[in-house]
Design a protein around this ligand. Structure first.
Ligand SMILES: *Cc1c(COP(=O)(O)O)cnc(C)c1O
Length: 452
């Protein structure tokens, strides 16, 4: 018989009463493996903390969302939002499934081109496209989504000078009933700015107006906001057809579908609170049937979803560095992954599971990262079983916006691996080392003496 694991005794205060509206006290089921690969084995090989991405889950998410939209509207083109997670291996899975690239900076544009994505399969969004980036995008026939009038005039000048026709759409912002309004990107619908921009584009021979774009916000909890957004773009498309005889290739409804991660301030779990993907797809596609287009003119519906496609395909494995009691008696757990690599812990209550069998004794705790900073808190309150130094925890739903927003702050960024569909494990981004970080710096000669 194997020796049973020692666990220190605990005295738990019992509260009498009924189950409340937030359900019974949660039971944490250990997450001992990711797609069949043992968590322990992963960290033995690649260290801790460790980001793990599931190829299988990405593909499943992609196919599912594509199927849901395709069954409601036949012409769908998915584009992968690079800023959500632009690791080459991740982008490659999406491109392999058929997604185009959606980029929001010259840096991301260049990344997509380096991966071999042709200009015409790149959607170029964002408020900052410098002159070189615009020239390249015009040359390579990328789909440029114009953000403001200054950019419009710059593109007109460049295209004229180059003797080329730029492939353009405009980004439209609008009141969709969600406040505060996202009105800093693109041209406003209600005040007539969008129509004004479209008129200028429609009569310019150096510009080819091929689409309309909106991205109404992120983690949108309302299907009706999308219905309103789509209706307003459809209205603009009908106007373009009646006034200029212009038929669009596509209408781009952006991203923003929620990833079923629970936000701070939400009491219920996200799955219980949010509409289904089918309901979102119904709301987004329904207004398309109000287009005054013949059936063979119908535009392609572009989608730019990020978080909904990758969040649940990403995990962060961490380990317990210490258990503590705060001065008020509250339990605290210190782990080796901090907010510098888990940016999303600022707004999500990430699900966190132990990675080994544990006792049935649970207690509320705060989870802190290893940084020497007060803000380094991963969860303010979470009910977890007793854990020892060296025990592992798996943070769930971290595939979106972490490996693009992470910071090298007092420590180095860790390895990222992908568990492939066949169960093999591939290192897709090496952890940084001191030489790599220091190779970017230099010391002025006069500062090279001093205490050694
Ligand atoms: C960030 C972004 C997306 C992706 O947003 P998600 O909320 O991750 O789906 C799509 N389009 C644009 C223009 C963006 O800026």
């Amino acid at each position: 018989m194997t020796k049973r694991r020692y666990e220190r005794p605990v005295i738990t205060k019992h509260h009498s009463g009924f189950m409340n509206k937030f359900g019974n006290s949660p039971v944490s089921v250990p997450k001992t493996e990711i797609d069949g690969v043992a968590v322990k084995k992963l960290t033995e090989e690649y260290g801790s903390p460790l980001f793990v991405i599931s190829e299988k889950q990405i593909r499943q998410n992609y196919k599912n969302l594509f199927r849901i939209f395709r069954s409601r509207y036949p012409k769908i083109q998915m584009t992968w939002s690079y800023k959500t997670n632009y690791l080459n291996a991740v982008c490659s899975v999406f491109h392999n499934e058929g997604a185009w690239a959606e980029v929001v900076s010259a840096f991301e544009y260049d990344r997509a081109r380096k991966l071999g994505i042709r200009g015409e399969n790149i959607i170029f969004n964002g408020p900052d496209k410098d002159e070189n980036a615009l020239i390249r995008a015009i040359e390579e026939k990328a789909k440029i989504h114009i953000d403001h009038f200054d950019e419009l005039y710059q593109i007109i000048e460049l295209a004229e000078k180059m003797g080329k026709q730029a492939q353009v759409a405009i980004r439209v912002n609008m009141d969709v009933g969600i406040y505060p309004k996202w009105d800093r990107f693109g041209f406003n619908y209600e005040n007539g700015e969008a129509t004004e921009a479209l008129r200028r584009i429609a009569i310019n021979k150096n510009l080819k107006l091929i689409g309309l774009h909106t991205h109404i916000g992120t983690y949108m909890m309302s299907t009706e906001a999308y219905r309103t957004g789509a209706s307003k773009l459809v209205h603009l498309a009908n106007l373009l057809k009646s006034q200029f005889g212009l038929v669009l290739d596509y209408i781009d409804m952006g991203g923003g579908l929620p990833s079923y991660n629970t936000l701070k301030g939400q009491y219920l779990q996200a799955e219980e609170l949010l509409p289904t993907l089918e309901q979102y797809a119904d709301a987004i596609t329904a207004p398309f049937f109000e287009l005054n287009y013949s059936s063979d003119e119908m535009p392609t519906l572009f989608l730019e979803n990020g978080r909904v496609l990758i969040d649940d395909a990403g995990f962060l494995i961490t380990q317990v560095l210490a258990n503590k009691r705060l001065s008020d008696g509250k339990r605290a757990i210190i782990i080796d992954g901090g907010v510098n690599i888990l940016f999303t812990s600022f707004w999500y209550k990430h699900k966190i599971s132990p990675a080994q069998q544990t006792s049935v004794h649970t207690e509320n705790a705060a989870i802190y990262g290893p940084l020497c900073m007060n803000i380094d808190c991963i969860r303010e309150d979470i009910v977890l079983p007793t854990l020892k130094k060296g025990d592992q925890l798996v943070v769930h739903h971290v595939g979106a916006y972490n490996v693009t927003q992470w910071m090298q702050f007092i420590t180095l960024r860790p390895n990222v691996v992908m568990v492939m569909e066949d169960g093999s494990v591939e290192l897709i981004r090496k952890s940084e080392d001191l030489d790599y970080i220091m190779s970017l710096e230099s010391i002025p000669a006069k500062l090279q003496t001093g205490v050694k």
